[in-house]
Design a protein around this ligand. Structure first.
Ligand code: GLC
Ligand code: CA
Length: 554
C-alpha cells in the first residue's frame, strides 16, 4: 500500500495538439520539451504521451507501423531521448502509450503476412475464411462497419476490431508475444518509466469465432474477445518478461467494456499484472441505451452510482483505479458535465475535487488544468477523426438529418478533445505559427493558459493545490471509501482512516443546495480544500461548490 506512485498525478499529452515548435501545424517533441517547466510547475509526476511511433496516422498514431521508430512529424529518436533526459531532470517521469492489440496494416509484419498463406508472419495476425460471400462472423468494428476485411492476395479475411487499417495481432502466437516483450523492454532500457496499454483487455480472442446473436444493441462480438480466456495469462507473462525486469515500471491498462471482477484481477498486486486500469462505464452516462452517437442528457444519479460501485468494488478486491473524466477519446468534461458559460471556474474545480479525492490515481488531460472546452465544430470539414467521419455517414444512413448528425458529432466526437492546446490569445491560440492540423476551438480568446494564469480564479492554481494535497494528505491514498446518501444533486463521500477522516461534498448542480447533515460534533472539522471558501463550513452549498473537510477525533 505504500507504493509511491499511488500519490502521483498523471498528465496526459496528446502530442499532435500540444505545442508546435517548427510551424508545420503539428505538435512535436521539441514542443513538449519547451513546455516541461510548465508541466513540472503544475506538480504532476508522470507524463503519459499518446503514440508517437512511426504511423500512417489513420487513427492518429494508434496505428503503429514501426514500434522502434519515432514518426518524423514528431521529430527524431534523438529528440525523444532528449525529452526523456530533460523530463527526468525536472522530476517528471515518462509513460509510453503502447498499442499491442493491433498494428497498422503498413507494419512490415502485416505487409509480409498478407502475401500468402505460408508466410512466416501470417500467424502474427488473425485470418479466417468467409462464409460464401459474407464475412466469417458478424462482429463489428468499434469505428463502425464489419470487423473483417480481405486483402486481394488471398481469399481469407483478417480481423480488425478498429479501423480496417489496424489489423489485430494474434496473441496465441508465442513468437509474436516474444517480439512484443522484447520491444517493450527496449523502451524501458531507453529510460521510460511506464506504459499506458491501449485496449489491453482485448488481446485474447476466444477460439470459437462465432456470430454474436445476442438480441441487444451490443450484438457486435465483444463478448468473444473482451477480457478473453487467456488475458490474465498474457498479462502475467508480460509482467514477468517486461515489467518485473525493470522495477518501478508503472502500468495502466485501458479496458474496454470490462467488469469490476476482471479489473480486480488485472490490478490486485498478488496477481502481478498491472498497476491500475481505466474503465469507461461512468463515461457512458450520456449515452442513449448504450449508444454513444446519441443526444442524451447526463444522468448524474447514474454517474454517482457507477463511481461508487467501482470505488467500493475495487477497494474490496484490492484493485486500483485510474481516475479520470477526460482523455483524447472523450469530449471535454467541463462542456459535458457542468455549465461552463456561467460557472467555468466553479464547475471545473468541482469536477477536479470530485475525481481527485477518490481512491485511485488521478489523470489530467492536457488543457483540463485551465478548463478547456469543446471547440464547437459546425461543419463536417472541421472533423479529422476517422470515427467521427465514419459516423457522419452511418448516422445519416440510419435516418438522422444532416443537422441532427452534426449536432451529435458536436457533442460526442473525439475531436472535441484533440484541438490545439490553447496557450494564449494570439493567433492559433499560440499553438503554432503555421496552419494547425485541426481548427482551434472558437473560444480560445477567453479560455487559454495565459488568461487563466492572470485570473483571480485560476483553475490551474487550484489544480496545483489539489496535486500537492495528494502528496501530503495520506488519507487520499489510504482512506477507506464510504458513500454518503444525499439528495441527487449532491455527491458526498468519506475517506476514512483510524483517527481522522476526509469528508468530500460536491454540488453537482448550478443551483444552491442545502448542505447534507455532516456534523457529528466529535472533534474538529476543518476545510482543507474548497473552490469557494477557506474557513467556515457553510450551511448551504453554492453552485458547483466542492469541499474537502478533514475531521479529526479529539
Ligand atoms: C484506444 C485509444 C483510441 C484508439 C483505440 C484503437 O481506445 O485510446 O484513441 O482509437 O484504442 O487503438
Ligand atoms: Ca511541428
Amino acid at each position: 500500500m505504500n507504493a509511491q506512485w499511488k500519490k502521483s498525478t498523471i498528465y496526459q499529452i496528446y502530442p499532435k495538439s500540444f505545442y508546435d515548435s517548427n510551424g508545420d501545424g503539428i505538435g512535436d517533441i521539441q514542443g513538449i520539451i519547451s513546455k516541461l517547466s510548465y508541466l513540472a510547475d503544475l506538480g504532476v509526476d508522470y507524463l503519459w504521451i499518446t503514440p508517437m511511433y512511426k504511423s500512417p496516422q489513420y487513427d492518429n498514431g494508434y496505428d503503429i507501423a514501426d514500434y522502434y521508430a519515432i514518426d518524423p512529424m514528431y521529430g527524431t529518436m534523438d529528440d525523444f531521448d532528449e525529452l526523456v533526459t530533460k523530463a527526468h531532470e525536472k522530476g517528471l517521469k515518462i509513460m509510453m502509450d503502447i498499442v499491442v492489440n493491433h498494428t497498422s496494416t503498413e507494419h512490415q509484419w502485416f505487409q509480409e503476412a498478407k502475401k500468402d498463406l505460408t508466410n512466416k508472419y501470417r500467424n502474427y495476425y488473425i485470418w479466417k475464411n468467409g462464409k460464401g460471400v459474407s464475412e466469417p462472423t458478424n462482429w463489428q468494428s468499434k469505428f463502425g462497419g464489419s470487423a473483417w476485411a480481405k486483402t486481394p492476395e488471398t481469399e481469407e479475411y483478417y480481423l480488425h476490431l478498429f479501423d480496417e487499417r489496424q489489423a489485430d495481432l494474434n496473441w496465441e502466437n508465442e513468437e509474436l508475444r516474444k517480439e512484443i516483450y522484447k520491444m517493450m523492454r527496449w523502451w524501458l532500457e531507453k529510460g521510460v518509466n511506464g506504459f499506458r496499454l491501449d485496449v489491453v483487455n482485448l488481446l485474447s480472442k476466444s477460439h470459437d469465432f462465432k456470430d454474436d446473436t445476442l438480441e441487444n444493441a451490443q450484438a457486435d462480438g465483444r463478448k468473444y474477445y473482451t477480457d478473453g480466456p487467456k488475458i490474465h495469462m498474457y498479462l502475467q507473462e508480460m509482467n514477468r518478461e517486461v515489467f518485473a525486469k525493470f522495477p518501478g515500471t508503472l502500468t495502466a491498462g485501458e479496458m474496454s467494456s470490462t467488469t469490476i471482477e476482471q479489473c480486480i484481477e488485472y490490478t490486485k498486486p498478488e496477481n502481478k499484472e498491472l498497476d491500475m486500469v481505466f474503465n469507461f462505464h461512468h463515461l457512458k452516462v450520456d449515452y442513449l441505451k448504450l449508444e454513444k452517437w446519441s443526444n442524451a442528457k447526463v444522468d448524474y444519479k447514474q454517474l454517482k452510482e457507477l463511481i461508487c460501485t467501482w470505488q467500493k468494488g475495487m477497494q474490496t478486491g484490492n484493485g486500483w483505479n485510474a481516475l479520470f473524466l477526460s482523455n483524447h477519446d472523450q469530449p471535454r468534461a467541463i462542456s459535458r458535465f457542468v455549465n461552463p458559460q456561467k460557472y467555468h471556474f466553479e464547475g471545473a474545480t468541482m469536477l477536479a475535487i470530485m475525481m481527485s479525492a477518490l481512491q485511485g490515481t488521478p489523470y489530467i488531460y492536457q488543457g483540463e488544468e485551465f478548463g478547456m472546452l469543446n471547440p464547437e465544430f459546425t461543419e463536417i470539414s472541421e472533423y479529422r477523426d476517422i470515427e467521427a467521419i465514419n459516423h457522419y455517414d452511418i448516422l445519416q444512413k440510419k435516418g438522422f438529418s444532416k443537422d441532427e448528425t452534426l449536432e451529435i458529432l458536436r457533442l460526442k466526437s473525439r475531436d472535441n478533445s484533440r484541438t490545439p492546446l490553447q496557450w494564449n490569445n494570439t493567433q492559433n491560440a499560440g499553438f503554432t505559427t503555421g496552419i494547425p492540423w485541426i481548427n482551434v476551438g472558437k473560444n480560445y480568446r477567453n479560455i487559454n493558459a495565459a488568461e487563466d494564469e492572470k485570473s483571480a480564479k485560476s483553475i490551474r492554481k487550484f489544480y496545483q493545490k489539489l496535486i500537492a494535497l495528494r502528496k501530503t494528505e495520506s488519507l487520499l491514498m489510504t482512506g477507506e471509501f464510504e458513500y454518503i446518501q444525499t439528495a441527487p444533486e449532491i455527491f458526498a463521500y468519506n475517506r476514512i482512516g483510524v483517527d481522522e477522516q476526509l469528508l468530500v461534498i460536491v454540488n453537482l448542480s448550478e443551483k444552491g443546495q442545502p448542505i447534507p447533515i455532516i456534523a457529528d460534533n466529535i472533534g474538529m472539522n476543518e476545510i482543507i480544500l474548497s473552490n469557494y471558501r477557506q474557513v467556515d463550513i457553510p450551511s448551504k452549498l453554492m453552485p458547483y461548490e466542492a469541499l474537502i473537510i478533514k475531521k479529526t477525533k479529539r
